[in-house]
Design a binder for this molecule. Structure first.
Ligand code: NDP
Ligand code: SSN
Length: 292
């Protein structure tokens, strides 16, 4: 493939870029906070001075930004993607956003003759480093096929889900389930502890039964230690719960479990835990149990 542009060197963007570099892709990167590009440069990437400059240089550009406001900002603001996008250029937004945000970006890009693909991912920092993400693409099929060599490096499996919006919706459904599970898991850990059970034994029992899953296995031991080094920041999980609940509103789907989980993530943010891993929602349960 030709040189790829990459916007957003956060936890995920950096891990994905490093992986592409390791596999021989030529990369030009940009980040709002420029210093976050340094490590990439040490590993052979070039730096672009703005999203527009990246689009001008590269046939394909990937975005991995925090939320809808950031995804819109790099496209529509001054020196943004829209200033240089046009025929023969493709923009692939891999951020987790809502379908409306994705459609707005898609319409603006295609109206200038460019190609657009949304491609949010399932999987976190480690799968991003190891090329084990699950890619949920939707939009321009021809662009999807052209960038498959990069997706094959970034992920263990890519899905093409049809028109723009379907990737965003699939990702929000998945993260809504994950956020609800994390809250149930946190309550289980605290309940076991407060009722005199051994936490590690609970993890062992869970791991042998029907609800065994990689998330409990990975996060459980550090949650017991109250250690929440961020792989998936809690503030982003709360954003995803909020966007999933809005999708539920649009479709008149009752989601009391997700709504309660969202409240717990909001409580965690109000406790200053937003930049920690989303498993830090555990602290909201520990707090309420010990105060009562
Ligand atoms: N971490 C994870 O496990 C996963 C995250 N995701 C999703 O991927 C996306 C990125 O997540 P992650 O890397 O963890 O997040 P981070 O918070 O680590 O990084 C966010 C990135 O967005 C940039 N950014 C934020 N606001 C703006 C803005 N207004 N203009 C330009 N750039 C901006 C940040 O730039 P700066 O450095 O300047 O702040 C940074 O590059 C999110 O949508 C998240 O929900 C999806 C799957 C897994
Ligand atoms: O959006 C983040 C997903 C994190 C994960 O799948 O482990």
């Amino acid at each position: 493939m030709e040189e790829i542009g990459f916007l957003g060197m956060g936890i995920m963007g950096k891990a994905m870029s490093m992986n592409l570099l390791r596999h021989g892709f030529k990369l030009t990167v940009w980040n709002r906070t420029l210093s976050r590009c340094d490590e990439l440069v040490e590993h052979g990437a070039s730096v672009g001075e703005s999203p527009a400059a990246i689009i001008k240089k590269c046939k394909y550009t990937i975005g991995m930004l925090s939320d809808p406001a950031a995804a819109l900002s790099v496209v529509f603001d001054k020196d943004g993607v829209l200033e240089q996008i046009g025929p023969g250029k493709g923009y692939i937004d891999m951020s987790t956003v809502d379908a409306q945000t994705s459609s707005k970006i898609s319409e603006a890009i295609t109206s200038k003759g460019g190609y657009f693909l949304e491609a949010p991912v399932s999987g976190s920092k480690k799968p991003a480093e190891d090329g084990q993400l699950v890619i949920l693409a939707a939009g321009e099929k021809a662009l999807y096929e052209e960038v498959l060599p990069a997706f094959d490096v970034l992920g263990k499996k890519s899905f093409f889900l049809g028109p723009v919006g379907n990737g965003a919706k699939m990702k929000l459904v998945v993260n809504m389930v994950m956020g609800s599970m994390m809250n149930a898991f946190s309550e289980g850990l605290v309940l076991a502890d407060k009722s005199g059970l051994n936490s590690q034994t609970l993890l062992d029992v869970l791991d042998l039964g029907a609800i065994a899953n990689p998330m409990f296995k990975l996060k459980g031991p550090s949650m017991i230690q109250s250690s929440y080094s961020p792989a998936f920041p809690l503030k982003h999980q709360q954003k995803d719960m909020r966007l999933a609940l809005a999708l539920g509103d649009e479709n008149a789907v009752p989601m009391p479990v997700a709504a309660a989980a969202n409240e717990a993530f909001k409580k965690a943010r109000s406790m200053g835990l937003g930049d920690l891993d989303f498993s830090a929602v555990h602290e909201t349960v520990k707090g309420s149990k010990s105060s009562g």
